[in-house]
Design a protein around this ligand. Structure first.
Ligand SMILES: Cc1ncc(COP(=O)(O)O)c(C=O)c1O
Length: 368
């Protein structure tokens, strides 16, 4: 059975120790408006703010869907370097603060970890200088212990966490008026259909593992089409009602607990080798991990292919956005070139994680 790749619709499973739902979670975020995607939330933000300078300071390690709304809105983009532990290089942030006027400062934690925590006093300074501070909480959405006092806004893509046709948010502790946003019905229908085909595929493949490849090609092409549609459309949309009802029904206690358990399982069993190293060796109880990221410096593509031959599909976060010149950002460059994300989400239990470990260990053994 495959591990990783796109989500699919699953029976809702109950967590005996509690049931946190989206309504409980959303309360922490302040005034929240739902959008169809993370980039939609960002475009909505850019319609709403008028920074004193049309400039933005961003981490050099990011995905291009964050960058494009700024570029399309005419912002000049500056970047700061990111360390191997995925925290911001403070010297590089300070350098930008000294040399540039910063209209918007954009920061984020990665893979569930608040790796941006050490920015706190810099954020306070920026906040007092009237820079608009925005945190992208896509990766830390379900981790506790956030101190957001210096953020003016937060944005997130929710659709990365579960089978949701559409889902993003823009939030602020300051009162903001919700704009009327109509849903992107075409995108919602397309992605809903893709999830349905994948769900059917997963059921059929359980009965007969060798069959049903046409179904796989079909849902993969629909997901691909959905991503292309998102890339083309700059309009800001709301979340569609079907996705909204799925999100309201999601048992977040279950999602968080499963991810934490799976992360713990992987980190305890994998250990450290010279071939691959976990980016984070341990997740505290406040962390809800998005993936289990590893560094595999010289063999990443080979490892990724080996894993996919064993039906373990690991994304790379992220391909280097072509809009960034990484000259001068050697630390970030190394991250882009060696990081790989191992799935540890709520679809899996120990048995699946055990298989991941076996395959990773086989790879390590064949290289020592
Ligand atoms: C950290 C982060 N923020 C925002 C986005 C944009 O989200 P969406 O794809 O829903 O537009 C992404 C997409 O990968 C992301 O990884």
């Amino acid at each position: 059975m495959e591990i990783g790749s796109e989500f699919y619709f699953q029976e809702k499973r109950e967590e005996q120790t509690g049931k946190i739902n989206w309504k409980d979670w959303e309360r922490n975020l302040g005034f929240t408006q739902m959008t169809s995607s993370g980039r939609g939330a960002l475009s909505l933000l850019l319609q709403e703010v008028s920074p004193r300078d049309k400039t933005v300071c961003l981490p050099a390690y990011l995905c291009d869907s964050i960058l494009l709304p700024f570029i399309h809105n005419g912002y000049e983009c500056y970047f700061y370097d990111i360390e191997k532990d995925l925290s911001p290089d403070l010297d590089s942030v300070r350098k930008l603060m000294n040399e540039r006027k910063i209209g918007i400062f954009y920061h984020m934690g990665y893979f569930g970890f608040h790796t941006n925590r050490k920015l706190e006093s810099i954020l306070e300074e920026l906040h007092h200088k009237d820079t608009i501070v925005v945190e992208d909480i896509t990766h830390t959405l379900f981790s506790d212990d956030f101190h957001r006092k210096n953020n003016d806004y937060v944005i997130a893509s929710i659709r990365k966490w579960m089978a949701l046709p559409t889902g993003g948010l823009l939030a602020s502790q300051l009162k903001r008026e919700d704009k009327h946003l109509s849903p992107d019905t075409a995108l919602a229908e397309l992605r809903k259909e893709a999830f349905q085909f994948k769900t059917e595929f997963m059921h059929r493949v359980k009965e007969n593992p060798s069959d049903h490849m046409p179904l796989k090609d079909l849902y993969l092409s629909l997901f691909q089409l959905g991503e292309e549609q998102l890339e083309k459309d700059d309009t800001v949309h709301g979340m569609d009602p079907f996705s909204n009802s799925l999100l309201q029904e999601e048992n977040l206690s279950f999602l968080i607990k499963r991810r934490r358990n799976n992360f713990k399982f992987l980190s305890e069993k994998l250990g450290i080798s010279h071939i691959l190293q976990p980016v984070f060796t341990k997740a505290s109880y406040q962390i809800c991990p998005m993936f289990f990221p590893i560094y595999c410096k010289n063999f990443r593509n080979e490892l990724r292919t080996y894993l996919s031959r064993n039906e373990i599909y690991c994304p790379i976060h992220w391909p280097i956005p072509k809009e960034i010149d990484l000259g001068g950002f050697s630390k970030t460059q190394e991250i882009y070139q060696s990081i790989l994300s191992i799935p540890c989400d709520q679809r899996y239990e120990d048995l699946a994680m055990e298989r991941v470990i076996e395959v990773l260990k086989d790879f390590i053994n064949s290289h020592t």
